[in-house]
Design a protein around this ligand. Structure first.
Ligand SMILES: [Zn+2]
Length: 466
């Protein structure tokens, strides 16, 4: 502490993450192919026309080979060439990246964000769709400004992206000025994002290590399957959230004792309230202060599952919709978060739990969109694995031919890429909050009025006639 600093000025520190250039060992295919035909007469109009420096002149004064990596596909060069000697086209190899959900453009953005920690700029306006399913079926509404917009990233004003995981009591009971009710079980994370456990792969240990290092820099959590835990992770225990099969809690006493949050994995079947209570007792016996998160992926019973879990005394619920389901039915994740949140609000139970949602999180905008639907935080899964070279794998493990490999020497680079990705997504969240004039992300939760739903708008304008 410097002389003159008061305690409060030291206690308040603005959240800051060190991003740094982190190019991955493999590159994505170039988006565009730029070809110069034989009828080029070296007029070099294209050199003047291109603002991205794709076309250059060699030392001999001749036109060099175009630098395709820099091309943004604006076609100024093709228009400027009086001979029509330039052809710019999409690279078919680029178009084969990913699939219909994790599109080539989304993969390109994830790679850019992980490499630089910056926000990708499309250059020529919004390039995405204006209507669609799932997260594409609604947009942010910046029109309802009750306060001036705020300068998010560059920050003359502070916007908080901190959220709580845990249960907030309806009231605190004091007797003789002393708190007699149980203190709230809450953990604060500075970004509304945690990292979901990766799919299984041959580079598990190095990947887990990279994740652990990344979350300790970010101050958030990485979910790790209890059976995958190994001793090298112990320095990062503060930021790990072990996922345990509820029947196997007693097999991992050391892990439960040292964790702030424990995730019980109920998969499809949510048991009866009494059984969940028994599972909770097992956890609490090992670690009385642990926050318990119940994860489930049963879509049809999501609302009932959530209610049972809250009644049983769970403090966090993790609604997971498998990426492969979201790929075929993008509405699945959107409707599930919305239904669970509004049901818990109706039942006056919403503040007794925090909601983490995961599945289909493929771009930065999906974080504030999940929060608008009612989640407190989002678990990022496949996206960070794509940032490390995964070719977009589904199910529970990476495919045989998936190029994601994290060697011993790659661990620091991999963790920097994850830090960059989350930091870039946080900056984009700040842009959204700033645009809406919101001072903290907690205020965005469940604020459906901050979004415009394509389907509702269509019905309003055209009626419900088919
Ligand atoms: Zn993969």
């Amino acid at each position: 502490m410097k002389a003159g600093d008061t305690e409060s000025s030291v206690a308040f520190e603005r959240y800051h993450v060190n991003v740094g250039e982190a190019p991955w060992k493999t590159r994505l295919p170039k988006k565009f192919r730029v070809r110069i035909y034989n009828n080029c007469v070296n007029i070099q109009e294209c050199v003047q026309a291109c603002v991205y420096n794709v076309h250059r002149v060699s030392e001999e004064g001749k036109l060099s080979e175009p630098v395709e990596e820099l091309c943004r596909g604006c076609h100024r060069c093709t228009l400027s060439c009086p001979k029509g000697a330039i052809c710019v086209e999409l690279n078919p190899e680029f178009q084969r990246l990913g699939d219909s959900y994790f599109t080539p453009e989304r993969i390109e953005n994830i790679f850019f964000e992980a490499e630089t920690g910056r926000i990708p700029v499309s250059g020529a306006g919004y390039g995405g769709v204006f209507a669609g399913r799932g997260f594409d079926g609604f947009w942010f509404d910046f029109s309802e400004i009750v306060r001036p917009t705020r300068d998010g990233i560059h920050g003359r004003e502070h916007i908080s992206t901190m959220v709580d995981l845990g249960s907030k009591p309806c009231m605190l009971v004091f007797r003789d000025s002393r708190l007699v009710s149980e203190p709230p079980r809450l953990v604060e994370i500075p970004v509304p994002m945690v990292l979901d456990a990766p799919l299984s792969s041959s580079s598990d240990r190095n990947l887990s290590l990279a994740l652990a290092k990344a979350v300790s820099m970010l101050g958030t959590f990485s979910i790790i399957k209890a059976e995958d835990y190994f001793d090298d992770l112990s320095p990062y225990g503060f930021n790990l959230m072990p996922r345990v099969n509820p029947d196997r809690v007693i097999e991992f006493p050391w892990l439960i004792e040292s964790s702030r949050i424990v995730e019980l994995d109920y998969k499809e079947e949510m048991p009866a309230e009494e059984e969940i209570k028994a599972n909770l007792r097992h956890v609490r016996k090992l670690n009385p202060s642990a926050i318990v998160c119940a994860r489930f992926s049963n879509l049809n019973g999501a609302v009932e599952n959530a209610e049972i879990a809250v009644k049983a005394g769970v403090e966090v619920i993790h609604i997971h919709v498998d990426d492969s389901i979201v790929k075929h039915n993008p509405d699945a994740i959107v409707s599930t978060i919305r239904k669970v949140h509004s049901h818990l609000v109706e039942k006056h139970m919403r503040n007794e739990v925090s909601i983490i949602s995961s599945g289909g999180v493929a771009e930065a905008a999906h974080v504030p969109k999940s929060i608008i639907l009612g989640a407190d935080a989002v678990a990022v899964g496949l996206a960070y694995q794509i940032a490390l070279g995964c070719k977009v794998c589904y199910s529970d493990k990476h495919q045989e031919d998936c190029p994601m490999r994290i060697e011993d020497t790659d661990v620091s680079l991999a963790s920097q890429r994850i830090v960059n990705l989350i930091s870039s997504w946080r900056d984009q969240l700040l842009e959204v909050l700033g645009g809406m004039g919101l001072r903290e992300v907690r205020r965005l939760r469940g604020e459906l009025g901050r979004a415009i739903f394509y389907r509702e708008l269509e019905e309003k304008v055209f009626g419900d006639s088919e």
